[in-house]
Design a protein around this ligand. Sequence first.
Ligand SMILES: [Zn+2]
Length: 649
Amino acid sequence: MAAMSGKIAQNVIVAQNRQLGSQYRRESHRPVPFMSNLLPIHGGKLAWTCLFSMKLPSLPIYQSGFVSRRTTINCNAASSATAVPNLEKVDFLKLQNGSDIRGVAIAGVEGEPVSLTKPVTEAIGAAFAAWLLEKKKTDASQPLRISIGHDSRISAPVLLDAVSQGVAGAGLDVIQFGLASTPAMFNSTLTEDETVLCPADGAIMITASHLPYNRNGFKFFTNGGGLGKPDIKDILERAADIYSKFTDEGLIDSKRQASASVKRVDYMTLYASDLVKAVRKAAGNIEKPLEGFHIVVDAGNGAGGFFAAKVLEPLGANTSGSQFLEPDGLFPNHIPNPEDKAAMEAITQAVLDNNADLGIIFDTDVDRSAAVDATGREFNRNRLIALTSAIVLEEHPGTTIVTDSVTSDELTTFIEKKLGGKHHRFKRGYKNVIDEAIRLNSIGEESHLAIETSGHGALKENNWLDDGAYLMVLVVQTLCSNLLFHFSSLLELSLTFLFHHLQVKLLNKLASARTSGIGGGSKVLTDLVEGLREPAVAVELRLKIDQNHPDLKGGSFREYGEAVLKHLENLVTLDPKLQKAPVNYEGVRVSGHGGWFLLRLSLHDPVLPLNIEAPSNEDAVKLGLTVASAVKEFHALDTSALDKFVQPS
Ligand SMILES: [Zn+2]
């Protein structure tokens, strides 16, 4: 789905700030949408009042009058609304986490002081606005607008207020979406629909993905995609500068500006309805293509609950047994993370308990997902990549699939030998993977899918938007299209055969499974990954570098890590049983003993993660011993996890 354009005026509520309704966009020539006072997303469940009614630990609020007009949060800071608080010195650059900003937003966890205070957040909002103004080189006759959404974290309302003030104080318009998904925020920069005040010139998602409840952060988008590392650094440098110049008057002024220029719209209803349209279209304009399918959703109390009621149900699916759809920023049930063991166990159990055809699980901000088939088998990591590759390669034969570096050798065999595609194994980091796919296309190598073992996936047809929900739409479409074929005539089948030869094969399997009464609806998906060999042992061990160790001799952990990798590489070339990967973009990757290992340097931390996969524990230990002998001279490395792994049990 590219830019959204559907008009669903009856569902869209544009709410205006209560205080200053009469000042509504006096200077703007854009059409004025109809208004209301509240933003009842998801049948009213996700309105602001809901977020505020949660138990709130002490929130980092520095001006009590500043917080919210509808709540009774007890503020733990100065009561004067005019005095500039003693702003603490803040190292803004420490808030950078790759292409995101991350920090602590809730006090109370030992050793984790609040770093995303209100003034820090306001400065970040103002800095993004300044960055965007420069980028867009606007003539200022029409203020730029920035859409802002958030996940279910309990610090969201406070950060939303602060970041809105930063943006508004810089003279830009703020469009608040309320609870939203990260992909929806990006999409709002592409949507052409004035009833929801889109396209936005820039978008901010307030989220810390799967991190604990006390953290929060920001992701930024323009219609060119997510901002990269250099942009984030630029924004944080600007924020530091803005922060150092905060004055009483400036803060009061930005608050006033925010009151005047903040609008609220129900964007997620439009977003969900466009996902529905995309599936209906792919299914041949059938109103309820998922009729007869039972699909359970686990949103982990994050922002993904809309997928059950607003996407699957309108398509005819039975979603009974879905769980943790209500937003709850304390994440009381499990970590909303498809890579988390307890989370995967929860969705698996839900599928089995409900005899469902399929289970879908999202992370907090819905940019990652995983699925479970009717038998309770997980489509995650290599299996999810295999499944998505199979679907994409049906449509784009021979295309290159770009993945991160920890994908298995068996996945390469599956993609290249069974599916006839090309596997391009690149580096960790979803932005790296997506950028590499874009780069390949730009140099003439066709690539339609970029996907990480974490579940982050992006498709060319979806503008390389990193979108967990869209990936699941693709999976659901496959269910639909195969069901459709089931009802097609023989003639249509033979025609389709020419174009969708793999799907017809699948149909035959599905049809025979149905006639013989075996296999749930998702068997068609399971069959897609048939032939993918999976290792008996798959581990990730983390070797930490002690940065204060004298062995570093004042050098950086990065230099030290590189030295470890170099030494390992030299050792490997001496062992005839081992083979270095011929093409490799990250760390040292070696095949041998029927399996493989990858030792690499973490993107941000002083850690060397080691992945080992092998057909047996014995083989895995042999691979582990190679690494153990290479690292034993490096005394600043904490090798305890590896030592334990290779110890005879
Ligand atoms: Zn996420």
